[in-house]
Design a protein around this ligand. Structure first.
Ligand SMILES: Cc1cc2nc3c(=O)[nH]c(=O)nc-3n(C[C@H](O)[C@H](O)[C@H](O)COP(=O)(O)OP(=O)(O)OC[C@H]3O[C@@H](n4cnc5c(N)ncnc54)[C@H](O)[C@@H]3O)c2cc1C
Length: 451
């Protein structure tokens, strides 16, 4: 129902979702599929091209398939990536995660640029979802009992007063709604940034994410559709401050000398130096995900280092988990909604913590620039490569299909201090060719993972 009041418009909707990044779009897709009336708002009129959020994990592909977005991505030539390989600066393999061992229908990662992923999701929104761009959400509104009951926004000079059974705050890292709801986070900046390049061309291996652990930190390379290559290079926070074009060229030569694996791309890197993007990397977890009438999703709630490609995937997982909790709830019944939100928080906190720990450990392993850190990291990676069980679990945990965190004994096996005593029982009970989805399905059935 919409009534006009001068330049103020009042709207009622089941759910108002603030932010149409991957978290907001995933929420709108999932809640729209429940038949809920969803109003999706974003302050930006168009999605600016930003070189982040490109690799989708197998666990997200099932959701995108259910929302009809996967077919759109495939039609736009999204690239299937079957392996994530940790390599040295010269390209020698340290550890390879092979996603095909997971079995199931889609044992691969899928890559496209963030704008295209968002566009495919926006094109898949159901008939009960309205997306309004250019609408800046400014405030939360509350009912007489103090419960959050909607938002106030501004679009094209018109104030919008939107009342909703649920407010979804998917407004990203610097979430205004999180602050207005009184949920504080303590962001921690990593001691480096990622310099991102988009190069024209193809790679000799077109189904691999290569992550090079080098003396200067992480260098990551993978293919994108339309004959493009993504390169991320770890830089110190002050490394490229106030550099002249001549300094930049020298920096590029030094980089290629330090990381010989980049040599085939040296010419392309040099001519694309002016088109670089510099992205800071942070991590945090909100201490609470809900308030009566409001839920935080995506980077409003959690941010991890991008190395393990978990950000979008956790956002999509958030949306699925929220929809599962709301499936049988009347959105007009505030106490039922708030009960579902508490259940949602309970469901997600452990998973978010585990993704956070895994991403941080992976980032430390690949970005460490101290000598001791690099030696330890290589030992851990080689130890993981030696154990088929640990290699499998690492792949499974990254895939988004489930989570079985490594424990202390696993760490000792990785370090080569203990033999892998669980290897035999793992080999006996796990077959990659298992008819019901392979070993991943067996892990889930065993109930030992945090979904
Ligand atoms: C270098 C880098 C590489 C990455 N690579 C990967 C990867 O390969 N795989 C992966 O899974 N993740 C990756 N990530 C993480 C991923 O990009 C994020 O997790 C994801 O984009 C978060 O989505 P979001 O919807 O929460 O936030 P955002 O994408 O930031 O969306 C927030 C939206 O809210 C809108 N908004 C903000 N405030 C308001 C307001 N007041 N009113 C209305 N609208 C508002 C914004 O306009 C924006 O559209 C990477 C991150 C970085 C930095």
């Amino acid at each position: 129902m919409t009534t006009g009041h001068g330049t103020r418009r009042r709207t009622d909707t089941d759910v108002v979702v603030c932010g149409s990044g991957v978290a907001g779009l995933a929420a709108a897709c999932a809640l729209g599929r429940l038949g809920l009336d969803v109003t999706l708002l974003d302050k930006q009129r168009t999605q600016p091209p930003v070189w982040k959020g490109e690799v989708l994990q197998p666990g997200s592909l099932d959701s995108l398939h259910a929302w009809d977005a996967l077919g759109r991505l495939e039609a736009r030539q999204a690239v299937r990536l079957s392996r994530l390989v940790a390599r040295t600066a010269t390209g020698e393999e340290l550890m390879a995660l092979d996603f095909t061992v997971l079995g199931g229908e889609r044992p691969w990662m899928l890559a496209h640029d963030y704008s295209t992923i968002l566009q495919c999701m926006a094109d898949s929104l159901g008939p009960t979802v309205r997306l309004r761009r250019g609408a800046l959400v400014k405030e939360l509104s509350h009912d007489s009992a103090g419960r959050i009951s909607g938002v106030r926004a501004v679009a094209d000079g018109t104030a919008l007063d939107i009342r909703a059974g649920l407010v979804v705050a998917a407004d990203g890292m610097s979430s205004r709604l999180r602050r207005l709801a009184g949920i504080d986070v303590e962001p921690v900046a990593y001691d480096h940034r990622l310099l991102s390049f988009e190069l024209p061309g193809t790679l000799p291996t077109d189904d691999e994410v290569s992550a090079h652990a080098t003396d200067r930190g992480l260098v990551m390379i993978y293919p994108l559709p339309d004959a493009r290559i993504r390169v991320y290079i770890q830089v110190r926070t002050d490394e490229l401050r106030k550099v002249s074009p001549a300094d930049l060229r020298r920096w590029c030569e030094g980089l290629v000398a330090q990381v010989p694996a980049l040599a085939p791309l040296a010419g392309l890197l040099e001519v694309n130096l002016d088109r670089r993007q510099l992205l800071p990397v942070w991590c945090y977890r909100a201490p609470s995900l809900v308030r009566p009438g409001l839920v935080l999703l995506g980077e409003a709630a959690h941010v991890v280092h991008p190395l393990a490609a978990q950000g979008m995937n956790t956002s999509i997982g958030d949306a699925e988990a929220l929809a599962a909790r709301l499936a049988a709830v009347d959105l007009a019944d505030g106490s039922a909604v708030d009960g579902a939100l508490r259940g949602y928080e309970n469901d997600r906190m452990t998973r978010i913590r585990d993704v956070h720990t895994m991403s941080h450990n992976a980032a430390r392993m690949m970005t460490s620039t101290s000598r001791a850190g690099r030696v330890l990291s290589r030992r851990l990676m080689r130890g993981t490569a030696r154990s088929r069980r640990l290699n499998y679990l690492t792949t499974y945990n990254m895939s988004g299909l489930g989570m079985r965190p490594l424990d202390r004994l696993d760490r000792l096996v990785q370090l080569g201090v203990l033999p892998d005593l669980r290897a035999r029982s793992f080999a006996a009970s796990h077959s990659p060719a298992h008819p019901a989805g392979g070993a991943a399905a067996q892990l889930r059935r065993a109930g030992r993972d945090n979904r």
